[in-house]
Design a protein. Structure first.
Length: 269
């Protein structure tokens, strides 16, 4: 992790209340069993109650905390933490009708492992929901539909305003396929801003999965942008100033402010 300015805020300084404008959790998945076919092996999930998930992947398994939010019709944001691996969290974005899925595994690394890169690494797992119960009670047993989630350049040049609470307003500018710029307009970080690593996937029309990994503090995020509804739903995984691991919710009202158009001979990467 790079040295940060003396007045730079830690994770815990700005995280409180950043979920004020977040969509509520749902119990729509309770009692269901879904198997996500992902690179490296299937992730079988049984949603025991509104916050408890039993899971298995290969030879490992457990019972852990999860949260589910329906971010668009039939589309869910599910965040899972692991008691046995507190420095990791798995976020699943999936549609129970199309059976498309995207997993994001976030992991806090040691300073030595990260080197000059952001402390929190993210792996992206494009997959599907297996048949059978995956569609039971939603749309019957159907084949996989719609486009596969894929990295996209759609947001390059877009500026958005994100209002997380009366005390959290941020502007984002999506600079390229690998970086975005943020600045705080209202809140504890007012006047602060930076350029960090970012990855964006298109999940469906007007529905994007946006992630970033900060350089100056050990924190990364996963968000679903639903531009049609004007809502952003996500989480942060990182370390507080005293080294404690925290996985915290976030959500905002999001709207587009402007769009830059680049000439063909000077496109961002």
């Amino acid at each position: 992790m790079n040295d940060k300015p003396q007045d730079w805020k830690n994770y815990e300084d700005f995280a409180a209340g950043i979920d004020t404008n977040r969509l509520p959790a749902t119990d729509a998945l309770v009692g269901r069993a879904l198997t996500f076919e992902l690179p490296g092996g299937a992730f079988a999930a049984n949603f025991v109650d509104g916050q408890t998930l039993s899971w298995r992947r290969g030879e490992t398994g457990g019972t852990d905390w999860y949260e589910a939010i329906e971010v668009a019709p039939d589309t869910f944001f599910v965040d899972v933490t692991f008691k046995s691996r507190p420095a990791e969290a798995l976020t699943l974005v999936f549609n129970t009708a199309t059976r498309r899925a995207l997993g994001i595994l976030s992991r806090i690394r040691s300073r030595d492992e990260a080197g000059a890169a952001p402390r929190v690494a993210q792996d992206f797992l494009v997959g599907t929901i297996a048949g059978g119960q995956a569609d039971a009670g939603v749309s019957g047993i159907l084949g996989i539909a719609g486009a596969e989630p894929a990295e996209t350049r759609d947001l390059i040049g877009t500026r958005t305003l994100n209002v997380y609470s009366p005390n959290h307003t941020y502007e984002h500018t999506y600079l390229s396929s690998t970086r975005y710029c943020w600045q705080c307009l209202v809140g504890e970080q007012r006047g602060h801003g930076d350029v960090d690593l970012a990855t964006t996937y298109k999940f469906a029309d007007d529905l994007y999965v946006f992630t970033f990994r900060e350089f100056l503090i050990p924190v990364a995020s996963v968000f679903v942008f639903n531009f049609a509804a004007g809502r952003s739903t996500g989480k942060f995984l990182g370390e507080t100033g005293d080294g404690a691991i925290a996985n915290r919710p976030a959500g905002s009202f999001i709207r587009k402010l402007s769009q830059a158009v680049y000439p063909d001979d000077a496109q961002p990467i």
